[in-house]
Design a protein around this ligand. Structure first.
Ligand code: B12
Ligand code: SF4
Ligand code: SF4
Length: 377
């Protein structure tokens, strides 16, 4: 079959199955990215969530021997929700970032890529394909950039003229020599809003992130949240959208296109207090379908405690005291101790002094100490 004709049919088919944007690039090595990744590794700016083998990340033929091209797909996700509940005293709420609204995007994009695989298999039996979304070796952004899906913004995101940066990315390496698309021109221009508003200064320079400083990364770690981020995280309990919400290229992009990503307001802006006592089973059944649940309930609970401290939510004292006295996890006891000190309610000092007598864990004792110092200050 004529490759150009097949490419045209594929573009039409992708639109039919709800792929918002499709682009094509060659399977040539990602030479610039290789250098960037090496530099990021040297500087210890990598998050640790990405594939660590730089060769695999930048040489598609190592992933599919006969690789000729890469098909890049983008699916838009909503930036606003209808009927967002607002928090108030006694009923404070946290927020999951937009990339966790609705059904886990890995599921949705993998489904689309499977449909494309079946389509190509039917047209060209025996075709070689390898698909990936987020957890694969390739850099989804570098592929999308080279396939003309969007430009690489100073906030690190791939920005499309149609949907802004609120797009998920995925790709498929194939042995079909599809015609590559043109890379898009940078459209950030002189703007640098994202760099200036980032709460932790994580964007070191245009397009370069120190992941360890990024709130989105910090909300996903499982240990104690380093002190320097406790004031910055606010009520974010998973991810961070600040460098996208300020972006002028996202203005007016509601992207209400896919039912699957429609957020459940009570889940993406959940009440914080009930999160402190949620069981594993309840967490899984309520939040398990969202991408933001991938690290389990522990980081979410830790962030919820910090968010309550951020609001100085005196009403949460009984729940926090219970965590400090009874929770089996030192990180949760310690974070609760810090939060109690930060809220500084009437009983805070006594509660912390009592806990100091009983506590055996050194890390928790340090947090109790910090809590006591916060009350004094
Ligand atoms: C690890 C990871 C993270 C880490 C590190 C992010 C980062 N910027 O590197 C953390 C946990 C912080 C993170 C956060 C987020 N992530 Co993330 N993440 C990834 C993952 C798994 C790998 C990214 C990676 O390799 N980074 C290393 C850097 C060096 O490479 P890169 O960003 O891929 O490539 C670009 C840079 O090199 C850039 N670049 C341009 N100029 C310059 C200059 C210099 C000096 C350097 C070093 C680089 C550079 O050009 C490349 C192409 O754009 C990808 C999925 C995947 N497999 O690719 C998703 C992915 C990048 N994440 C995604 C999303 C949605 C997010 C969040 C928005 C989620 C949220 N709301 O909290 C934030 C955004 C934070 C941010 N400002 O980047 C989407 C991005 C979609 C898009 N439109 O761009 C991806 C593609 C997942 C997906 N399949 O949809 N993420
Ligand atoms: S996601 Fe948040 S912390 Fe990370 S770079 Fe963007 S604004 Fe900064
Ligand atoms: S805020 Fe400005 S500089 Fe940052 S990504 Fe958007 S357009 Fe580019």
């Amino acid at each position: 079959m004529n490759v150009l004709a097949l490419q045209k049919q594929l573009v039409d088919y992708a639109a039919q199955i709800g792929v918002d944007k499709i682009g094509f690039t060659t399977a040539a090595p990602f030479v610039d990215l290789k250098q960037k990744l090496k530099r990021q590794q040297q500087l210890n700016y990598q998050s640790g969530f990405e594939e660590s083998n730089i060769e695999l990340r930048t040489e598609p033929t190592l992933l599919l021997e006969e690789a000729e091209s890469i098909i890049a797909i983008a699916i838009a996700y909503p930036s606003r929700m209808e009927a967002a509940p607002s928090g108030k005293k006694g009923e404070r709420r946290g927020i999951f970032c937009r990339a966790s609204w609705g059904t886990d995007y890995h599921t949705v994009l993998r489904e689309k890529l499977s449909l494309i695989e079946a389509f190509l298999e039917e047209k060209l039996p025996g075709v070689k394909m390898r698909s990936m979304v987020d957890t694969g070796e390739l850099s989804d952004r570098a592929v999308a950039e080279r396939a003309g899906i969007g430009w690489s913004g100073k906030n690190c995101s791939i920005i499309t003229p149609e949907f802004g940066s609120y797009v998920y990315l995925g790709e498929m390496i194939t042995n079909i020599p599809f015609e590559p698309d043109e890379q898009m021109e940078d459209q950030c221009g002189e703007c640098r809003l994202c760099i200036d508003v980032c709460p932790t200064g994580a964007i070191v320079q245009a397009g370069q992130l120190n992941s360890h400083k990024c709130v989105a990364f910090q909300t996903q770690t499982k240990g104690f949240l380093p002190d320097e981020f406790r004031e910055k995280i606010g009520n974010r309990i998973y991810g961070c959208d600040t460098c996208q919400t300020v972006c002028p290229k996202n203005k007016g992009k509601k992207n209400w296109l896919h039912e699957a990503f429609k957020p459940e307001p009570e889940l993406v802006k959940p009440l914080l207090k009930p999160l402190l006592q949620i069981s594993n089973k309840e967490f899984k059944s309520q939040f398990g379908y969202m991408s933001g649940s991938w690290r389990g309930k522990k980081p979410i609970q830790r962030n919820a405690i910090i968010a309550l401290a951020h609001f100085k939510e005196v009403d949460a004292m009984p729940e926090l005291v219970e965590l400090l006295q009874k929770d089996e996890r030192p990180m949760i006891r310690g974070t609760a101790a810090w939060a109690i000190g930060k809220i500084g309610a009437e009983e805070a000092e006594n509660v912390l002094l009592q806990a100091q007598q009983k506590e055996q864990d050194e890390d928790v004792l340090k947090e109790i100490e910090k809590g006591l110092m916060l009350i004094e200050s």
